[in-house]
Design a protein. Sequence first.
Length: 257
Amino acid sequence: MILAIDMGNTNTVIGGIDETKTYFIERVTTDQGRTDTEYAVSFKNILEMHQIDIASIEGAILSSVVPPVNSTILNAVEKVTGIRPLLVGSGMKTGMNIIMDNPKTVGSDQIVDAVAASHEHPLPLVVIDMGTATTLCTVDKKGNYIGGVILPGLKVSLNSLSSKTAQLPYISLEVPSHVIGKNTIDCMRSGIIYGNVDMIDGILDRMEKELGEPPTIIATGGLAKFITPLCRHKIVVDDALLLKGLLILYRKNTEVH
């Protein structure tokens, strides 16, 4: 088993995975103020909670979109396991040709998602990752990463709406029973939820037109299971997609030739 860690802007996901199964997936808050010891305590507690023997961990790998915290997480994992994780970056072998203006600026999470999806699903494909930002990345039928779309995530949109308006409250995200809301809270929920649903469907329509054929669509991220059932397109939800991609990259970059 390897430890696969995905550090996002809001949450850091840590999972245990090998080729046979995913042993656990947990989330901790990403906090630039935490020390490596504080993260180490969280990681140690997670392993103990799932009764994972540290001796069974053969390696670790980190994907991060928060570079200032990279060394903190790497040190924390090393304190707990004695293993220095690999860090997903521009020097890493991915097996994927990235056709972008500046490939080094592509978020590592998007590359990992694309690698995992390409490994399991027919091409071309689009991966929707719903986190702090919602990203849609695209792989063409030749297996090239050709770009995508970045838009504000649901919670970013909701927080912006609440913080910039005097009379709109902070609310929880729930799917309303009707599009036409009968009170302020349901109106806000409807706007955020169905606005994102139709935005994603509209972008997918345009991507399909540019690709010239319908892509396979895979979604991941904490909010995917709420939004994708409301979309017109057929979307496969895979919560472990990023961990699977990290496992693939770990193997590609540790194989002895």
